[in-house]
Design a protein around this ligand. Structure first.
Ligand code: HAM
Length: 422
């Protein structure tokens, strides 16, 4: 029979095994964020289109070709969120959070939507963990945010990550740098993609973000001859940069200067950072962020600095799976009832499920079939309830990890399983 529907292009279904890995990663994420003192913000999945257009930048890919834009039945121009920052800042201003304290640490997690060309690690609906530290212009804030960024990956089992860092200056120094970059690249324009030719005119920094092979050829050829943003920033930005770098050194965070690093969204000032994983191919950015000191003012708030990042969860989980990074799921107990024991087992299972992950048969299958199902379920523990042991207040507990089988008092069962699971 031909199926009538499939998941829309660029979206994915997570089946229970996938979801278990996601839930584990999300749980680790919450633990780390709590230790860093971040509070959760949950904002709508759609906002006014204008909010995103204004913040992401008119010439960004996100606004030009990737927005899920729609008009609702009340003729409102809306868009599914392509990222969290704009919505979080809108909510920050709408609820007057700035008046309640000077510094705010906020995080969010959930789906975001971009109408890109789907490929490995690139989806139209994907999930981000997003963090914002709002209210501090100090280099120490950048360092804290980058250290949280790295610690999240570490909590998922990543090791030895190197964060690429650059400065993107301020609008004025960026314009100056953009002009230098345009001059340097203009003689090669004929060899460049149509997108890059357009960007060379509109926003030359974005050319550095190209994925096009012929553009990359030009950039490689020019190499160190290309002007560097760091040489165009003013003294204050330079001092900020030096302190961020010194802070990363003190915190023991491995970093690499990447003079070609520009972010895909337009709101950044000063520090910009990303981590990449080559196994993802063209879509190698696992996560990224930076400082956005003018953004809140641009949205109508008092001048308030901020710095933050987002991690693409889909990509992080893809890399974890490929590298076999293990996800610690709780051990399962499979309870098997011998004849005459089914009614007793129902109560035992319900009781154990207050603490443990428990599976059992619900179809009245034979002892042999239950044992087979227990084997297939990959449960670490099998509990066998037989009439004789039950009369003594016991059940048999088999630990497939050690191969050991022994009689255990029913009231001690949950404790015994928990102790062995540690
Ligand atoms: P972004 O670099 O646009 O930053 O996105 C962050 C991460 O989301 C990327 O590094 C990538 O892992 C993931 N991502 C982006 N597009 C896709 C896609 N189509 N499929 C799967 N994963 C994707 C932001 O969104 C900023 N709001 C980060 C930020 C917060 N800056 C300051 N505060």
């Amino acid at each position: 029979m031909a199926l009538k529907h499939q998941a829309p292009r660029g979206t994915r279904d997570l089946l229970p095994d996938d979801s278990a890995r996601w839930a584990w990663a999300e749980q680790q994420t919450r633990l780390v964020l709590e230790r860093y003192g971040y509070g959760e913000m949950r904002t709508p999945m759609f906002e006014d289109f204008e909010l995103f257009a204004r913040t992401s930048g008119e010439s960004s890919d996100v606004v030009q070709k990737e927005m899920y834009r729609f008009t609702d039945l009340g003729e409102r121009e809306l868009a599914l969120r392509p990222e969290f920052t704009a919505g979080v800042l809108r909510a920050f201003l709408e609820h007057g959070l700035g008046g309640r304290a000077r510094v705010h640490r906020l995080w969010s997690m959930g789906s975001v939507f971009r109408y890109g060309r789907p490929q490995k690690g690139r989806y139209r609906q994907f999930s981000q963990v997003n963090c914002e530290l709002i209210g501090s212009a100090a280099p120490g804030a950048d360092v804290e945010v980058i250290s949280l960024f790295v610690d999240l990956y570490e909590a998922w089992g990543f090791r030895g990550l190197t964060v690429k860092v650059n400065t993107v200056g301020q609008p004025a120094s960026r314009r100056e740098y953009g002009a230098k970059l345009r001059d340097a690249l203009a003689p090669y324009a004929a060899r460049m993609s149509e997108d890059s030719k357009r960007r060379l005119e509109q926003n030359p920094l974005r050319v550095l973000d190209t994925k096009d092979e012929s553009d990359l050829g030009v950039l490689r050829e020019l190499g160190t001859k290309l002007p560097r943003m760091l040489d165009s920033v003013d003294a204050e930005d330079r001092a900020h940069w030096d302190q961020v770098i010194a802070g990363l050194e003190s915190a023991g965070i491995a970093y690499e200067l990447d003079h070609g690093l520009v972010r895909g969204l337009d709101y950044y000032t000063r520090t910009a950072f990303e981590v990449h994983d080559p196994s993802l191919g063209a879509q190698s950015a696992l996560g990224g962020g930076g400082r956005y000191d003018g953004l809140i003012e641009q949205l109508g708030g008092n001048p308030t600095p901020g710095v933050g990042f987002a991690i693409g969860m889909d990509r992080a989980l893809l890399v974890m799976e490929e590298r076999g990074l293990s996800v610690e799921l709780p051990d399962t107990v499979y309870v098997v009832a011998r004849d005459g024991m089914r009614a007793n087992v129902v109560a035992l299972v319900r009781d154990l499920r207050k603490m443990l992950r428990v599976e059992c048969d619900v179809e009245g299958r034979s002892f042999k079939n239950q044992m087979e199902a227990a084997g297939k379920s990959k449960a670490r523990f099998v509990v066998i309830a037989g009439e004789e042991e039950w009369a003594r207040g016991e059940v048999a507990l088999k630990d497939s990890k050690t191969g050991e089988q022994k009689a255990v008092k029913r009231e001690a069962l949950a404790g015994e399983v928990t102790a062995r699971s540690r």
